[in-house]
Design a protein around this ligand. Structure first.
Ligand code: ADP
Ligand code: MG
Length: 399
């Protein structure tokens, strides 16, 4: 039985769906990574779970009971606590007082409740803050202020901890230390939702990942799974992956040299009706007229550019939903690049295809991409929109 269940959760701000039909669950003793780019709706979901926002519609269940109508304090009592994305420490209060005040529903209780001091100190100790307990937040390094924020949540003794971008603004070392802390908390039986904008930062800590984009869940699974339309495809055979609608255009082209253009194109279409085959061929010939003029020519006699067109056309006749292109521009002359460019444009605009372009020719990639993943030595060093990419690192790469 899951600890937390989110069912058809929706939150609209004016015309914007910050959460759009969101469904997920958090199991006991689990770290769930909630990832997505800026503005995806992650903080909104945290605020909905703790009760800072009222959902437009939907259900939130904690320990099988609906809580979406409860106040924040009632939810805290049931066992939910949040470490917020933005620290807002009380600057006139010490670290310990900050933690104490977080525990109390009514600030006047501070004068009456003795065990609050003990409870707050325990949380501070757990995070190694005991020597700083009587300092003021402004005297602490940023990393320690974030730990104080975590201590404020921990001191509430929750079952479920919601951590909203705990790594933001931390140095590499501090991230390591914080990750270790989060792992230890899991060992102590806390269930955790870890929010971050970057999969890489969380993939070694979390048990599962839910990815959201523009308020919608776009994928979920274990961190090393490849998810296609909500399902893992990691263990599928190539043929089954192709049947799901993913077509691959390999860098090495892999054409049947002695077969004609048309034979290469129709090889994988044998099961289709004649009319359908004819229709599909007409479409790719309209994209690549040069292939139409060379229907009967063996693939081996085509120029490099024409072979590349044939490789792409062979993927397109399968009517995929997504096409994966590995270095389609490799070794091609500028005129041919122009043809490939036009073809990509057609796939994107007329065929509504999703295109995953593996490319080292940045100028070519720039023309055709909405979003960029930048890889260096196997490490993902950037995941952003093309505009953000140009602003942040494009110049270095263009130079
Ligand atoms: P994330 O935490 O993933 O970066 P947020 O949940 O903060 O994203 O924001 C999701 C979307 O909802 C954004 O478009 C944001 O501008 C909008 N949004 C969030 N909170 C409010 C609010 N209180 N009023 C209006 N719009 C909001
Ligand atoms: Mg946020």
């Amino acid at each position: 039985m899951p600890l937390l269940e989110v069912v058809n959760l929706e939150k609209r701000f004016g015309g914007i769906y910050a959460a759009n039909n969101v469904n997920f669950e958090v199991n006991e003793h689990e770290i769930l990574g909630l990832i997505g780019p800026n503005g995806a709706g992650k903080s909104t979901i945290m605020h909905l779970i703790i009760g800072l926002y009222k959902p437009t519609s939907g259900i939130i269940k904690f320990e099988s009971k609906e809580i979406q109508h409860l106040s924040i304090h009632e939810r805290i009592k049931r066992g939910i606590a949040v470490m917020f994305q933005h620290s807002r420490p009380l600057s006139r209060q010490t670290v310990l007082e900050n933690i104490k005040l977080a525990i109390l529903e009514d600030k006047f209780q501070l004068f009456f409740k003795k065990d609050v001091e003990e409870q707050a100190m325990q949380a501070a100790k757990k995070l190694g803050l005991e020597t700083m307990a009587h300092k003021y937040p402004s005297e602490l390094p940023f990393g320690e202020v974030r730990k104080m924020e975590l201590a404020k949540a921990l001191a509430l003794n929750p079952k479920l901890l919601l951590l909203d971008e705990p790594f933001a603004g931390l140095s590499h070392l501090e991230v390591e230390e914080f990750s270790q802390l989060i792992k230890e908390l899991k060992e102590e039986d806390f269930s955790i939702v870890l929010v971050d904008h970057n999969v890489k930062a969380v993939k070694n800590i979390v048990d599962r990942i839910v990815a959201i984009h523009a308020g919608k869940i776009i994928a979920c699974g274990t961190p090393d799974e490849v998810i296609w339309q909500g399902k893992s495809i990691k263990h599928l055979k190539t043929a089954d992956i192709v049947n799901l609608g993913i077509a691959f255009v390999p860098e090495t082209r892999e054409l049947f040299k002695y077969m004609s253009v048309e034979e290469n194109l129709t090889l994988a279409l044998q099961k289709l009706k004649k009319d359908e085959i004819k229709h599909r061929l007409e479409e790719v010939y309209s994209i690549f007229p040069r292939l139409s003029e060379r229907k009967k020519q063996p693939a081996s006699t085509l120029s490099g550019g024409e072979q590349q067109m044939l490789t792409i056309a062979r993927a397109l006749v399968q009517k995929p939903k997504m096409i994966v292109l590995d270095e389609p521009t490799l070794g091609l002359a500028p005129v041919v690049l122009e043809d490939i460019s036009k073809a990509l444009e057609y796939m994107y605009r007329q065929m509504n295809l999703t295109i995953l372009l593996g490319e080292q020719n940045l100028y070519f990639a720039l023309k055709h991409s909405d979003r960029v993943y930048l890889l260096e030595h196997g490490n993902l060093i950037c995941d952003c929109t093309m505009d953000e990419f140009l602003e942040r690192i494009g110049e270095k790469y263009l130079a």
